[in-house]
Design a protein around this ligand. Structure first.
Ligand SMILES: Cc1cc2nc3c(=O)[nH]c(=O)nc-3n(C[C@H](O)[C@H](O)[C@H](O)COP(=O)(O)OP(=O)(O)OC[C@H]3O[C@@H](n4cnc5c(N)ncnc54)[C@H](O)[C@@H]3O)c2cc1C
Ligand code: FES
Ligand code: FES
Length: 479
């Protein structure tokens, strides 16, 4: 079934919106149409968390609660979901939600701009986690910035949730909510306005039909890059096809030699899944934006931007990932090495989309990755580095090294690799490899870092990788 309106659940009612502007943000809708002003606008670019709301999504008969930034979420992507605002946390009898209550009692409520966002992030933690440990709390609020009296009272309030009952008015009415979510699921969306088109297909075959007639359309996945052209650059996007509505592309499969990640898989799902194969991949993803960003952002979106500071890209290059592209008729598989052409330019052709990404599984290799940014959480990399080494009897038998933030595109360090390949892994080799980085890169200076700093850090990260291997006696693995 295809509709020209969207349906979502709000306060246990089905809400339908017709005649909507596909470029309208969820935040604008909440504040100006629903007239709920608890949700605030701070930065309008996903960076401060003031606009955080929670979306409930049905998965295997359960509701998964996701904190998201409403400022960069386009309204039509609300289709089929439950919207939860800060105002909705108070029960019908006027009782504060346990998260609100603890914030009041522990003086966690500071300024009116950030507090609603903190409450909503903590609400998602309250619903999704069973423990409220310090690490879980820190992880949960990494995308909510506070510049006044600090995080201590907020963290204390969150820790105090341990003493609260886990039953809230959402859990009491969960059966009804699930029933309503089931009633509105399963429709594709096609919205035509005077000057804009928006499509949300459910299947790849539907997507292909749309592309046949609209090969100039913009793919929207998490929108953590694309939506900013609306909110920051004030541009219109006239034709959009929403990829995250295609459940068929939301998967991670293990094929023994590699894992395949469907294009609409969220970064947060990847973060959990990939830990057992590449713990350092998870380490980097945990510092990728914030939970709000990773709840919607995708690895396909990250690859398609070809950003020189896209965090997944050096990791994927060093792991020799492949990218599966599709158009109306064909499937093409490219090594990521051959995908980036120039600054933010890729080999993606009109009407062609990223279907999935394949990451080889190197059972015996050492994989290490590092991100250096000005701020630890919720910040874009100045430099990101990934090292993939196969070492046998202290000799480097295979090696792939890639850096982000060192050139116009994420790039392998070929000269450095040449020094390392077939050499003994020792200090002398590493020193020579560090020097070779000068041949590989001539980094620019910008607001994130100077060229000199970047080069120095790139060398130091290689040394750090070596020092960690030595220290942890990972060498025992291959000697
Ligand atoms: C606050 C904030 C923090 C951020 N922090 C980080 C960070 O720490 N590290 C980092 O690397 N990035 C970061 N980003 C950048 C952003 O998250 C990435 O660029 C992201 O990967 C984009 O993925 P997406 O799914 O949101 O893509 P979208 O914004 O939906 O799309 C991005 C581009 O990819 C294209 N595209 C999307 N899906 C497909 C597909 N299947 N096939 C073909 N083309 C497609 C779109 O048309 C668009 O051109 C941050 C962004 C914000 C707003
Ligand atoms: S307003 Fe700052 S993250 Fe949305
Ligand atoms: S709570 Fe708003 S700046 Fe601290």
């Amino acid at each position: 079934m295809t509709s020209n309106f969207i349906s979502f659940i709000h306060k246990d009612q089905i809400v339908k919106i017709k005649n909507l502007d596909p470029n309208e943000t969820l935040l604008n809708y909440i504040r100006t149409k629903l007239k709920k002003t608890g949700t605030k606008e701070g930065c309008a670019e996903g960076g401060c968390g003031a606009c955080t709301v929670v979306l409930g999504e049905l998965k295997n008969n359960e509701i998964i609660y996701k904190a998201i930034n409403s400022c960069i979420t386009l309204l039509p992507t609300l289709e089929g979901k439950q919207l939860i605002l800060v105002e909705d946390l108070i029960s019908k009898d006027g009782e504060l939600h346990p998260v609100q209550d603890t914030m009041v009692k522990c003086h966690g409520s500071q300024c009116g701009f950030c507090t609603p966002g903190f409450i909503m992030s903590l609400f998602s933690m309250f619903k999704n986690h069973s423990n409220f440990k310090y690490e879980t709390i820190k992880y949960t609020i990494a995308g909510n910035l506070c510049r006044c009296t600090g995080y201590k009272p907020i963290i204390k309030a969150a820790q105090n949730l341990k003493s609260k009952s886990r039953v809230d008015h959402f859990s009491k009415s969960i059966k009804k909510t699930i029933k309503l979510l089931k009633r509105i699921k399963n429709k594709s969306i096609k919205i035509y306005t005077k000057d804009k088109k928006y499509f949300a297909p459910r299947y790849v075959h539907e997507l292909k039909k749309i592309l046949k007639k609209n090969n100039n359309t913009n793919f929207l996945s998490g929108g953590t890059d694309l939506s900013l052209s609306i909110t920051k650059e004030r541009k219109d996007i006239n034709s959009i096809v929403y990829m995250n509505s295609i459940k068929e592309l939301n998967y991670i499969k293990n094929y023994n030699k590699y894992i395949e990640i469907g294009a609409s898989t969220s970064l947060i799902d990847l973060e959990y899944y990939i830990k057992k194969y590449y713990p350092d991949f998870t380490k980097i993803l945990k510092r990728y934006g914030s939970p709000q960003i990773r709840n919607v952002g995708t690895i396909a979106g990250n690859v398609a931007t070809a950003s020189p500071i896209g965090d997944c890209l050096p990791l994927l290059l060093s792991l020799n990932a492949q990218i599966v592209l599709q158009d109306l008729k064909k499937t093409k598989i490219l090594f990521l090495d051959n995908f980036f052409i120039n600054y933010r330019k890729t080999k993606l052709k009109k009407g062609q989309f990223i279907h999935s990404i394949r990451i080889p599984l190197y059972e015996k290799n050492i994989f290490k990755a590092y991100k250096v940014s000005k701020r630890f959480d919720d910040d874009i990399s100045s430099i990101c580095a990934a090292f993939n080494l196969g070492v046998v009897k202290n000799k480097i038998e295979n090696v792939r090294i890639a850096y982000g933030g060192m050139a116009a595109i994420p790039k392998r360090a070929i000269f450095c690799e040449k020094v390392l390949l077939k050499s003994l892994l020792n200090e002398d080799t590493v020193n020579k490899a560090k020097e070779a980085l000068e041949k590989d890169f001539n980094p620019i200076s910008d607001m994130r870092a100077s060229g000199r700093y970047r080069m120095e850090v790139a060398k130091n990260l290689l040394e750090k990788c070596y020092a960690e291997i030595k220290k942890k006696k990972i060498i025992g693995l291959y000697s």
